[in-house]
Design a protein around this ligand. Structure first.
Ligand SMILES: Nc1ncnc2c1ncn2[C@@H]1O[C@H](COP(=O)(O)OP(=O)(O)OP(=O)(O)O)[C@@H](O)[C@H]1O
Ligand SMILES: [Mg+2]
Length: 241
């Protein structure tokens, strides 16, 4: 069955994908390619020689599904403490969508990114401890990822506002040409630990920008909180344009 997304309002937009609350499962999200920035557009932007590669090699959804299957097989259940779970593809009227665990806080609202959390509230002891816990698990499990970016990590809280965990929702996969499976466990861990070191640097850069009062950009900001609006049936119904 083809899911209809085109008359729903996405809850977020990344550089490549639109994210919707799954119309049939409120605890899942479904991500489709942005219609205003197609795979062809992305390939064109890359320039020579990357633009010689097949279109499928630019598809974030395909890559993410492949990597999530690998993580589930190789690392197993523990990985999902720090990575959102993937449920595979579904057809939608906006192309094939990748479904995954929608990370929500205890009050039902969609969790906010580490970037927004730091921007709004700074980097207090509780958040620093949560980042440290996340980093330790990430390195110990040797999760394969590209750079860990502050808009690709979510801060999940309980109903009382206490931080439960940090979760990566994007940016998984190998950063280099050597397939992850070919590396020893020790090397996988070392690689993951380097990504964690870089994350700490990125957090410091963000804090410095915050101190200077720079505009953080709208990247990764939520467009709605995923709760049903009181006066309509669905929170994510698109406003008439
Ligand atoms: N599983 C999820 N649970 C809750 N929020 C999510 C989830 N996945 C994505 N989001 C929100 O949507 C935003 C965009 O999603 P995502 O990073 O997957 O898009 P993208 O286009 O691949 O991003 P990028 O610009 O990093 O390539 C995230 O920054 C986050 O705020
Ligand atoms: Mg992203």
């Amino acid at each position: 069955m083809t899911l209809v997304l085109s008359d729903l309002k996405p809850f977020a937009r990344g550089g490549n994908r639109l994210c919707f609350v799954h119309p049939q499962h409120t605890d899942r999200c479904i991500k489709v390619r942005r219609p205003d920035f197609t795979l062809e557009d992305l390939r064109r932007k890359k320039g020579f020689p990357k633009n010689l590669r097949p279109l499928s090699s630019f598809d974030d959804n395909l890559e993410e599904e492949r990597v999530m299957t690998d993580i589930a097989e190789r690392i197993g259940e523990e990985a999902f403490e720090v990575v959102s779970r993937c449920f595979g593809f579904e057809d939608t009227d906006m192309g094939r969508g990748l479904t995954s665990e929608l990370v929500r806080d205890g009050d039902g609202r969609i969790s906010r990114t580490l970037k927004q959390t730091i921007w709004d509230q700074g980097y207090d002891d509780a958040l620093q401890a949560a980042v440290a816990r996340f980093g330790a698990r990430w390195s110990a499990l040797g999760i394969p990822s590209r750079d860990l970016l502050v808009h690709n990590l979510l801060v999940q809280r309980d109903a009382g506002g206490r931080i439960l965990r940090l979760v990566a929702i994007d940016g998984l996969g190998s950063a280099s040409a050597i397939p992850e499976q070919w590396l020893s466990r020790g090397m996988q861990r070392q690689r993951a630990a380097r990504k964690v070191d870089n994350l700490h640097e990125r957090i410091q850069t963000l804090l410095a920008a915050r101190a200077r009062g720079e505009f953080p950009g709208t990247h990764g900001l939520l467009m709605h909180d995923g709760l049903p609006a009181p006066d309509t049936q669905a929170a994510d119904r698109k406003e008439p344009s």
